[in-house]
Design a binder for this molecule. Structure first.
Ligand SMILES: [Cu+2]
Length: 483
């Protein structure tokens, strides 16, 4: 994992009162090098910000189309509705939209609505892949809080390639609580789908995955190289998803300015927290508010690990009439899960291919968990980290990390569905499933997932069972004391 560095500078815990600037990265980085190879400070390509589309009645067509990734050539990519990323989908909490996916690829696919807690049969799981030339309707009962989610393919053995070749998109859930906050909206709310990519001479996305994880040579934000965004003197809300197959980003602004974190995977935090740097693992999401009222010169969103400039913000110097969001008060009430002090299950992410020594086998159920019961689960890494751990079927809360970085970070607060597990780390979560059915735990480094670092489990009414395959719970030695 070249260049991945971890700040050991202490940070404030999540959930504290807003307003404090947390320094986690030391001195501000210099402006990064242009990400996409070409163009000076004034060059680049306007950041595409597609208008959100309503979920209900939407048809998503997955197929290869011509795209201009901003490199001056028109190549091709796998796209949803001719976009990579596909349209930003918007859905109101409490509604039950139907989205039809047409498979115009030349192989099976399926769509997983990452972050939505929905019934098994519409979760887009590997065994639900549908063939080329067919379509599948997904009726999605959306009962959860406002949040930024992420849709992408999930067919077994093909997920990594399909995602890397372009299939992904943002999905925003809205609710009344969030609307009442008056966060920046309309053109001041900007989804940022950030990934890395390889692009050939024709301008076509290519994929050469390695078992250890695909690392592309250039960054793409909303599907273009070297993007810039003209910004007024205003507050902006950036909805960020790490859509890369395996690259972890260490996000910061070139001038070290604070980013106000208001939400994570599963929606709003209780309190905003100002951060100068955020480590974002694969499929994790951020809800950021930026005060750009004083911006007089361009500033860049950078990845401090690669040195890439991800997005150039260029001030228009225009003042706009906008009610500034009030972020110093409590933003939301986040239910705190209460559960056992000791884990009932331990999951060892082993090497590049297995969990608890077992490779994914479609149809094999590794254990059962009781619906409605809060369980404490422990995750440990046994080689080849980082492993972005993702669980389908529920959101969860991180409660402790020992070893490795030895702490939880503000961007791991609130409700999560994915977190980053590094070498020598042991992370405990509390989780409760409210829906019965079959769900998945897997590494969201997509090459690890395809190689078998994934397992099925079942949520049932009444009763539970331990792991029926692989190593026994707690068989991975002493993980230290958790709080
Ligand atoms: Cu992994």
């Amino acid at each position: 994992m070249g260049g991945y560095r971890i700040s050991r500078r202490s940070v404030l815990a999540a959930g504290l009162a807003g307003g404090a600037l947390v320094s986690v990265g030391g001195a501000p980085a210099l402006a990064g090098k242009p990400g996409g190879g070409g163009g000076g400070a004034a060059a680049g390509h306007p950041l595409p910000v597609p208008a959100p589309v309503a979920a209900d009645g939407l048809t998503l067509t997955a197929r290869r189309t011509a795209v201009d990734l901003g490199g001056g050539r028109t190549g091709s990519a796998l796209t949803y509705n001719a976009g990579c990323p596909g349209p930003t989908i918007e859905v109101q909490s409490g509604s039950t939209p139907t989205i039809t996916v047409t498979n115009g690829l030349d192989e099976p696919t399926t769509v997983h609505w990452h972050g939505l807690v929905v019934p098994t049969d519409v979760d887009g799981q590997p065994h639900e892949a549908f063939p080329a030339g067919t379509r599948r309707a997904y009726t999605l009962p959306v009962q959860q809080r406002a949040s930024l989610n992420f849709y992408h393919p999930h067919p077994h053995l093909r997920t990594a390639a399909q995602v890397a070749l372009g299939l992904q998109g943002a999905l925003i859930v809205r609710d009344a609580e969030e609307a009442a906050l008056g966060l920046p909206a309309g053109r001041f709310e900007v989804p940022l789908v950030i990934r890395d990519a390889n692009i050939d001479k024709q301008g076509t996305l290519t994929y050469n995955g390695r078992a250890s994880g695909f690392l592309g040579g250039v960054p793409l934000v909303n599907g273009v190289l070297n993007p810039y965004l003209r910004v007024d003197r205003a507050h902006y809300r950036f909805r960020v998803v790490n859509a890369a197959n395996s690259r972890v980003f260490r996000l910061a602004f070139s001038d070290g300015r604070p980013m106000t974190l208001v939400g994570t995977d599963g929606g709003l935090l209780e309190h905003a927290v100002d951060l100068s740097e955020i480590t974002l693992g694969n499929a994790e999401r951020l809800d950021l508010v930026l005060d750009l009222r004083g911006l007089t010169a361009p500033v860049q969103l950078v990845d401090r690990d690669s040195g890439w400039t991800l997005l150039d913000l260029r001030p228009t110097q225009a003042d706009v009439s906008q009610t500034a969001p009030v972020l110093g008060r409590q933003l939301s009430v986040v239910e705190r899960l209460v559960g056992p002090a000791q884990p009932s299950r331990t999951f060892s992410f082993d090497g590049m291919t297995a969990i608890n020594g077992v490779r994914y086998q479609m149809g094999a159920t590794s254990f059962q968990v009781q619906r409605g019961q809060v369980e404490r689960w422990r995750f440990v890494a046994n080689g080849n980290p980082p492993h972005p751990v993702h669980i389908h079927g529920a959101s969860f809360q991180l409660v402790g990390r020992t070893g490795g970085r030895g702490q939880l970070f503000p961007w791991e607060g609130g409700w999560k569905d994915t977190f980053l597990l590094l070498d020598k780390e042991s992370v405990d979560i509390l989780i409760r499933f409210d829906l019965v059915g079959r769900y998945l735990i897997h590494c969201h480094k997509l090459e690890h997932e395809d190689a078998g670092m994934m397992l099925d489990f079942e949520v049932v009414e009444g009763g539970s069972s331990p792991m029926v395959a692989g190593t026994a719970d707690g068989a991975h030695g002493d993980h230290g004391d958790h709080g």
